[in-house]
Design a protein around this ligand. Structure first.
Ligand SMILES: [Zn+2]
Length: 651
């Protein structure tokens, strides 16, 4: 628990722009900042942050809130965890009871896994610097490779002792559960034995955008052909290999500042470039680039430059996935290094400015690079050449921007010696196919989402009075049974039993929530019932059937004769109808709750519609207001649904 004063200090300090900027590249627009929403995929930014109101709001997907909400949503933390995260970032001391293992166990799984990973990173780093084995083997390796201590510390490099389960034992002794040690892959447990996964390896921790450790890479230093040189954490709830980039936490600010991201292959490539002064660099570490990794980079820049070692086979393998990157609207450039060099050795051999100079003068557009590279293999082979043209055209056709596309077409026309209009025709053909597939997909999505969201709205269109069934049922019961006893309550003052009548109950419930009907005839009947119900000789059946307003007469006659309401409502409940008046004490409260539930749903869909209509980012406050009404309505809805059990009206 955190005391209220501290909570307020944290919220005051946690500037929403600063908080969001850790994860999203923001640009100023008027009084607000905008950027690409981290919660849904978008091509034009609609994620707005207001520094004056200290809130954010996405006009694409609707998410919004303050800095605490943002951290909760983005980092999958609960309220207290999000506050602690912000406290750490803004250097506010949180007085918190020492966390016992019992308390730690109560936290959610993700959080437990992150906590044990963070402990492991500290343990490995400490072992590297302060234990003989760590210093002699691990630290001396890093120093031999030329890494400075500040880089080693900043990236939390470490060493895991080569002593069977020494780390696992240390962790357990500190109260960390075997369950999470196994889950994160730090420990391997078999029937007979337990081992540290990374024993005898130097350790490269993976940090997520928030800087928390989520996984490890380990490199073995012994030369043993039976052992894999590099070993990674297994996939887990907190680590999805395809969504993570090594170095992103240390690189993000620099990527955003330079509006550019360098992509290399290995951990040491990242470290060497950092050491030479270039910090906007990440590694895909082993996997070929994925769409999720691109999206991660795209939060900070749309310019990616891939730096490859001179090995041709490596380049060709990594080229395959890059069409996906172009599709994301990212500008990809490629820098091939001289034969025999990799980014690690190359960065080591020169300082930052000459490295940047080299990159700038050797950067090639991806498509030009691909064309040149593949063209070499097609000399004197017309079939291979045709395949190449097809391949290049495919790459070009996924580029979203028309101008960029036409530039590439002109270039490729020159390089491939094919007329531009032939290339255009090919691109059109492919684009047409892509669009067709997209239309089918969008149609399917639209149908699906209209089924999910627009239920009540559709009901309004179909039927002018969306509560007609419930309202008519209530009127009928009022007219027929208003004077029947519903149930008895004990009067607090007199201590005597007091009978509540059907009419009294229904009217007080409706008045309590101020409900009214959109149907003027129904409303008129209800108003007159309310007015006369306490008169001793009031006979509602007669009163309404003979009413001067013929619509009233028609409706009430129908209600009294017709059995349709029973068949609609009671049958749907699956209740076998006994004699109606004998089960009023069950039927009437249920009907009231269904009626209220229907109203709540309608109000919600009205408000959702209003939110949807707000397009001006300056109206954020209004949106926040409406959203808080919705969350209140959600509470009411849950309460009513709970009372009704599974029998709530849903259609
Ligand atoms: Zn969004």
């Amino acid at each position: 628990m955190i005391d209220q004063a501290t909570v307020e200090r944290i919220i005051d300090a946690a500037d929403v722009v600063e908080v969001v900027q850790d994860f999203v590249s923001l640009k100023r627009r008027g009084v607000n900042f905008i950027g690409n929403c981290p919660f849904h995929s978008e091509k034009t930014p609609s994620f707005t942050v207001s520094p004056s109101k200290q809130i954010y709001k996405c006009f694409g997907c609707g998410k919004g809130g303050n800095s605490v909400n943002f951290i909760m949503e983005h980092e999958h933390l609960n309220y207290i965890e999000a506050l602690k995260h912000l406290a750490k970032k803004f250097h506010i001391d949180v007085v918190d009871e020492e966390e016992s293992p019992e308390l730690a166990a109560q936290r959610n799984r993700r959080e437990s896994m992150m906590i044990v990973s963070s402990f492991a990173a500290e343990y490995f780093s400490n072992y590297l610097f302060n234990e003989n084995e760590g210093r002699n083997i691990g630290l001396s390796y890093f120093r031999e490779r030329g890494f400075r201590d500040d880089i080693i510390k900043s990236f939390q490099l470490g060493y895991c002792p080569d002593q069977k389960d020494m780390f696992t034992q240390a962790a357990q002794k500190q109260g960390y559960k075997m369950e999470f040690l196994e889950e994160t892959g730090l420990s391997i447990k078999r029937d007979e034995w337990i081992r540290d996964r990374f024993g005898g390896r130097v350790i490269f921790p993976f940090h997520n955008l928030a800087g928390r450790v989520i996984a490890f890479g380990g490199r073995v230093l012994k030369t043993d052909p039976k052992v894999a040189k590099y070993l990674n954490s297994p996939e887990s709830e907190i680590y999805h290999k395809s969504k993570v980039l090594y170095g992103i936490f240390h690189a993000k600010n620099s990527i955003s500042r330079n509006d550019k991201c360098y992509l290399v292959e290995g951990y040491t490539d990242v470290l060497s470039m950092h050491q030479s002064g270039i910090e906007n660099v990440v590694a895909s570490s082993g996997t070929s680039l994925t769409v999720d990794q691109i999206k991660l980079i795209k939060r900070f820049t749309t310019n990616i430059t891939i730096i490859y070692d001179g090995d041709q086979a490596g380049i060709k393998a990594s080229i395959r996935g890059i069409d996906m990157v172009l599709e994301e609207g990212v500008n990809v450039k490629v820098v091939p290094l001289p034969e025999g060099e990799d980014p690690d050795t190359f960065a080591r051999s020169m300082n930052a400015s000459s490295l940047l100079e080299y990159i700038a003068s050797h950067e090639t557009d991806f498509i030009r690079f691909k064309t040149q590279l593949l063209l070499k293999d097609t000399e004197n082979d017309p079939v291979a050449r045709a395949r190449l043209i097809n391949d290049i055209v495919k790459s070009i056709s996924v580029i979203p921007d028309t101008i960029t596309r036409s530039v590439y077409i002109r270039e490729c026309s020159n390089m491939l010696d094919v007329a531009e209009d032939i290339l255009y025709a090919e691109v059109r053909k492919i684009k047409f196919k892509i669009t067709e597939e997209q239309i089918v997909r969008e149609k399917r999505d639209a149908i699906r989402s209209s089924q999910e969201i627009n239920q009540p709205v559709k009901a309004v269109i179909k039927n002018e009075n969306p509560c007609a069934i419930e309202e008519k049922a209530l009127l009928r019961i009022l007219i027929r049974y208003h004077d029947n006893d519903l149930f008895s309550v004990d009067n607090d003052e007199t201590g005597e039993e007091e009978k509540i009548k059907v009419g009294q109950y229904i009217i007080s419930e409706i008045e309590k929530d101020n409900l009214s009907s959109v149907d003027p005839v129904i409303q008129l009947i209800y108003d007159e019932l309310k007015e006369h119900i306490n008169e001793e000789f009031f006979n509602p059946e007669r009163h309404f059937v003979q009413h001067e307003n013929r619509d009233v007469g028609n409706l009430v006659s129908g209600l009294l004769m017709d059995k349709y309401i029973e068949s609609v409502i009671w049958k749907r409940k699956g209740a076998f109808v006994e004699d109606e008046h004998e089960i009023l004490n069950v039927l009437v409260p249920r009907l009231i709750e269904e009626y209220k539930l229907r109203h709540v749903k309608l109000m919600k869909s009205e408000i959702m519609k209003k939110i949807g209509e707000i397009t001006d980012p300056n109206d954020m406050e209004r949106v926040m207001e409406l959203q808080s009404i919705i969350s209140n309505l959600n509470k009411v809805e849950r309460e009513l649904s709970k009372n009704l059990g599974k029998r709530a009206v849903t259609s």
